[in-house]
Structures are given as C-alpha cells and as structure tokens.
Design a protein. Structure first.
Length: 167
C-alpha cells in the first residue's frame, strides 16, 4: 500500500556526504525551488517511507539543521556533491567541533547509476581541458645588450653621491 509513495532513483546518502536538497514550495501562485546545501550528520529509519536525513550547514556563524524526509513529495531531487570518510553513523559531535576537529577526510565517489553527480564531475573535468588557452609560440625577439658596469664602479658612484649630498 505504501510502496506507491516511495521515490525511486534516490542516491545512496550516507552520513558525511555533502548534499544539495532541492525542495519545491509555493510562493503566491508560483512554484519555486529552494536549495539547501549542507553536510548529512544523520540518516534515520533506513529505507522505509519515514526515512529521514539531517542536513547541517553554518550560516553567518550560526549552525542550521534541517530534517528532510527522503520520500517527501515536495523534495524535487537530492544531489551528492562530496563524500567524506567517517567512522560514526551519527555525526552529532560536529555540532560542538570547530576548526580542524570539524574537518572530514574527503573520498572520491565511484560512478553509479543512481548517483548522477558522477556524470556532472566528468563534464567539469572535460570543460577544464577544453577551456585551456592554446598558447602559440611567438618568434623570439633579441633585445639589444646593454653595457653593464662592474659592481665596483656602481659602489663608487654611490659613495660619490653620498659625499656630494653631505657637502
């Protein structure tokens, strides 16, 4: 009965992932999408219809956490941006952690059919390769060589200048 409400094609979201959650909302007569980007600090209730993720981000020095039911009809899509190596299922310790303690080790995401992020990452790398400016070699222009004064003469001229200034 409830299986009809379950969303299909949800990426494998884990604690430590940095995600973008696209949520639809109605503003007067228009339907808009609001994006919330942050770190997943918890995932609860497995793959059932009541499954949720807790996403945290810091805005202006204040930590903001939102709990998103994964199968909520107003959630348009969830994108995984980064994946970090974590050794806990719940990352609540990050609420108090600051500076180096709040950092997580980043790991590379392997391509999967469910995660569309990997296609986007490959496209970015291809664009960078295309955008590199093609440098053409210009013919070398030889500059006229100036006569260089030996360093000893320069020092003498500086001494002479100092003597003239002091007089």
């Amino acid at each position: 009965m409830l299986k009809q409400f379950l969303k299909k094609g949800i990426p494998d979201i884990r604690p430590g992932d940095t995600v973008k959650v696209y949520q639809k909302f109605k503003d007067k007569d228009k339907e808009k999408i609001q994006i919330f980007e942050g770190l997943v600090i918890a995932r609860k209730h497995g793959k059932e219809i009541g499954a949720t993720i807790t996403v945290r981000k810091v805005i202006g020095g204040v930590g903001v956490e939102r709990i998103f039911p994964i199968h909520l009809p107003t959630i348009d899509k969830i994108e995984i941006l980064k994946r970090s190596k974590v050794r806990r299922a719940k990352l609540y310790y990050l609420r108090e952690a600051k500076g180096k303690r709040a950092r997580l080790k980043r790991i590379e995401i392997k391509p999967t059919k469910k995660n569309k992020l990997d296609d986007r990452v490959e496209v970015k790398e291809e664009k960078k390769a295309e955008e590199e400016p093609k440098v053409e070699k210009k013919p070398e222009v030889k500059m006229e060589e100036k006569e260089e004064k030996p360093k000893g003469e320069i020092k003498e001229t500086q001494k002479e200048r100092r003597e003239e200034e002091s007089k």
